[in-house]
Design a protein around this ligand. Structure first.
Ligand code: RIB
Ligand code: CA
Length: 310
C-alpha cells in the first residue's frame, strides 16, 4: 500500500498530542513533517511539545519546525484554561534529544510540497497562521498541496464565542487567506468534532494501559475532564484527531461540498466560518468539504488501539 505523505501543523496542546500520537502509528500515512504554531499555547511550548511527544513514541525521525509566534493581525490569546501553562495540561515528559531544526515552518512546508509533487496532504490542527504565510510567501504552493484537512471552524455554534471556534477565532485573517487560496479544504469543525469523543469506557481503557504514552493521556486531560462536567459533553472530544484519522480512513466520515468564508470584520460574528451549504445563495469561491458526521465507534477504537500498542 502506498503511504500518503502527511504534514501536521499544530499548536501542540492536549488533543494535538493525541493526533500526533495517532498519526505516528497509522499504517496508511508517512508523517513527512510537523510544524508548530502559537495558539493553544506559546510557540515555544508548541514546538517543544511536538518534539517531545514524537520522541516519546519513538518518532524522533520526524522533523519539527517552528512557525509563527502570533496571529497575522490580532494579538495571541492562548487557552491555558484547557491546555495548562505548558500546553500539555501540566503533564511532564522527557525532553527530546532530536536535532533542532532551524528552517522555519513555511519554508520547510514549501520544500516538502515540492518534494511530494502534489501528493502532500496537510493537516492544520491549530490556527492557520503558518499555512497563510506559506501561501503568501510561496504562491505556487497552492498547486503543490493535494488538500488541507483542517480542524477548525463550525457551521453551527462555536466554543470561544457562540459562533466562533478557537483555531479560526485565534487567527481569522490567516483562516480567510487559506479558505480563499484555492487549495481544497476538508473542514472538520465542531459540527463533527463534538461527535468525535472518547466516552468514559474509552478513557478507562486507555488509563488501564501500563505505558508512558497512555500515562501522558491521563496526566494531560484532567482540565478537559473538568470542562466536560461543566459543559455537559458526552466525553472528551478529540478534535485534532479527526483530520488525521480521516486522511487514513475517509470512509469513517461524511462531508458536504460547500463554500466557506471567514468573518473578519464582525463583532459578535468575528471569526465565524460562514457556509453556503444550506442556502440557495452560493459563494463565488467554493473549495471546501464540510464534515458533519463520523463513525464514533471506529474513530474511538483507532485511538484506543494506538495507545494500547506502546
Ligand atoms: O476548538 C478546538 C481546537 O482548538 C483544537 O485544535 C484544540 O487543540 C484547540 O487548538
Ligand atoms: Ca489544536
Amino acid at each position: 500500500m502506498k503511504k500518503i505523505p502527511v504534514w501536521i501543523d499544530t499548536d501542540t496542546g492536549v488533543d494535538d498530542a493525541v493526533a500526533l500520537i495517532v498519526a505516528s502509528k497509522l499504517d496508511e500515512i508517512d508523517l513527512a513533517g510537523v510544524s508548530a504554531v502559537a495558539g493553544n499555547t506559546s510557540l515555544e511550548n508548541a514546538f517543544r511539545n511536538a518534539r517531545d511527544v514524537l520522541s516519546l513514541v519513538g518518532r524522533s525521525d520526524v522533523k519539527v519546525y517552528h512557525g509563527a509566534d502570533r496571529p497575522l493581525v490580532i494579538d495571541l490569546h492562548t487557552a491555558e484554561y484547557v491546555h495548562g501553562s505548558n500546553g500539555l495540561g501540566g503533564a511532564k515528559i522527557p525532553l527530546s534529544d532530536a536535532p533542532i531544526q532551524t528552517e522555519n515552518a513555511w519554508d520547510a512546508l514549501y520544500e516538502a510540497a515540492k518534494k511530494y509533487k502534489g501528493e502532500l496532504v496537510v493537516c492544520p490542527v491549530g490556527p492557520l497562521t503558518n499555512i497563510a504565510i506559506a501561501i503568501a510567501k510561496h504562491p505556487d504552493i497552492v498547486g503543490m498541496i493535494k488538500e488541507l484537512n483542517v480542524m477548525g471552524g463550525a457551521l453551527i455554534g462555536g466554543n470561544v464565542t457562540p459562533c466562533s471556534e478557537f483555531n479560526i477565532h485565534t487567527d481569522p485573517h490567516g483562516a480567510e487567506t487559506v479558505m480563499k487560496s484555492g487549495i481544497h479544504v476538508n473542514l472538520f469543525g465542531l459540527d463533527v468534532t463534538h461527535k468525535a469523543y472518547l466516552d468514559d469506557d474509552d478513557i478507562d481503557a486507555i488509563a488501564s494501559f501500563d505505558n508512558p504514552v497512555a500515562r501522558l493521556f491521563v496526566d494531560s486531560n484532567h482540565l478537559l475532564y473538568d470542562a466536560r462536567e461543566k459543559l455537559h459533553w458526552k466525553g472528551v472530544c478529540e478534535h485534532d484527531s479527526c483530520p488525521v484519522i480521516y486522511t487514513a480512513r475517509p470512509d469513517w466520515f461524511k462531508g458536504h461540498d460547500c463554500g466557506i468564508y471567514v468573518e473578519t470584520q464582525g463583532t459578535i460574528t468575528f471569526g465565524k466560518t460562514v457556509s453556503d451549504l444550506w442556502t440557495d445563495f452560493k459563494f463565488e469561491d467554493r473549495h471546501c468539504t464540510a464534515f458533519l458526521d463520523v463513525d464514533r465507534k471506529k474513530f474511538a477504537s483507532k485511538i484506543i488501539d494506538t495507545y494500547r500498542s506502546f
